[in-house]
Design a binder for this molecule. Structure first.
Ligand code: SF4
Length: 381
């Protein structure tokens, strides 16, 4: 590691910010030693804010039907070989019931932009989910919608929304998406979500086609300025039935490096160790935690549909039942000295959960973490 890179890392830690060109320099001139230093500082930062807790979210993949045609995505509209499914509202609620019994207190409803889920349908699901499980947070990840739609969903009870920005560079965005999709609309969505009081998540693929260190520096600057509550980054993994089938995947090495940078930049951000990271590296999620991540998302979708939600090739965790998935991730977290937290795991500083009488106890500075998710059975009887 050069003295220059070392000084950039310590400046980032101190000031939680670098000029964009210095982010690019850090990425370009990184080496193993620099990554190790960054990971150490990022881990310390994670522990200072969250202790040894890793927040666990129950992921429910509600539909593999999508009207869009993003060039990198395995369930894009033009992939006629993709197997399509859609969970009914009853099936989604049943997944959440099972997850609640297993100890989950956040549900992430993720899917393609499926026109079946009108505001009426989706608001109904959110409302019923919150009625059945008022101690839980609901995260939505169902793409671009109108401000009115986001508002209706928020009023129905949705707490968080994940919408990866994918790239902060409009030219790069145009290379990853079809002409009918617009960078400006993606940014409009993110602004609306934040203004409407969602804990908002953005993020991007590491190593996506045509991505340069300068693009990544732009992404980091965007994240630094936007200050999301959550940030999802994972390596690009090509899918065999997409126009990007022959592009090289992103690396775990660069993904881990960037996780550490983001943790130093935004110490309180909710930062998942993604399934894509676990796909390109056997112990990728554990490595993600050691690089500064603090969230994992076991899959609660019915096993019969898991393989059909195939955004990229060789996706892991498609065969296990929900309880197995939870247990596996618990083991993995313990192996790196962490434990899965049982509470909603709101972003620090987020207050509406407190208004509802639910206190986020996951933050070290606000006291001790309550307990682990039990091996089996209900936790709040
Ligand atoms: S990335 Fe999302 S919006 Fe794009 S095609 Fe895939 S599911 Fe649809």
């Amino acid at each position: 590691m050069t003295e220059r890179v070392k000084s950039l890392i310590f400046r980032l830690e101190r000031e939680q910010s670098l000029p964009e060109r210095e982010y690019a320099e850090l990425i370009r001139d990184r080496d193993e030693e620099a990554a190790a230093l960054l990971a150490r500082l990022a881990s310390e930062k994670r522990r200072a804010v969250f202790g040894d807790a890793v927040y666990t979210r129950g992921l429910i993949e509600i539909s593999s039907i999508c009207k869009n045609n993003c060039l990198y995505c395995g369930i894009r509209r033009d992939n006629i070989l993709a197997e399509r499914y859609r969970l009914t509202p009853e099936e989604i609620l049943a997944c959440a019931d099972e997850g609640h019994a297993l100890g989950f207190r956040t549900f992430v409803l993720q899917g393609g932009e499926d026109p079946f889920y009108t505001d009426e349908v989706l608001c109904g699901i959110v409302r019923q989910l919150k009625e059945r499980h008022p101690d839980c947070a609901v995260t939505l990840s169902v793409g671009e919608r109108s401000r009115e739609s986001y508002q209706a969903l928020r009023e129905a009870g949705a707490d968080r929304y994940l919408l990866r920005h994918e790239t902060a560079d409009p030219d790069h965005y145009a290379k990853l998406h079809p002409r009918e999709m617009s960078f400006d609309n993606r940014m409009r969505c993110l602004r609306d979500l934040k203004e409407l009081g969602y804990q908002t998540g953005c993020g991007f693929m590491v190593g996506s086609p045509f991505q340069t260190p300068e693009n990544l520096a732009g992404d980091l600057k965007f994240i630094e300025t936007f200050r999301p509550a959550m940030c999802g980054i994972g390596p690009f993994v090509p899918h065999r039935n997409t126009p990007f089938r022959d592009h090289a995947p992103g690396t775990a090495e660069l993904t881990l490096f960037l996780l550490s940078v983001i943790r130093l930049m935004l110490p309180e951000v909710l930062l998942p160790a993604t399934t894509a990271l676990g796909t390109v590296l056997p112990r990728g999620r554990e490595a993600g935690i050691l690089a500064g991540a603090n969230v994992v998302m076991p899959n609660l979708s019915p096993v019969r549909v898991r393989k059909k939600y195939e955004l990229y090739d060789n996706k892991i965790c498609t065969g296990e039942e929900s309880a197995q998935c939870r247990d596996c991730l618990q083991q993995r977290m313990r192996s790196v000295g962490c434990f899965p937290a049982v509470d909603r795991g709101d972003a620090p500083g987020y207050t509406s959960a407190k208004k509802n009488g639910i206190i986020n106890e996951g933050r070290k500075k606000h006291g001790k973490i309550r307990s682990e998710i039990p091996e089996s059975g209900r936790i709040h009887q």
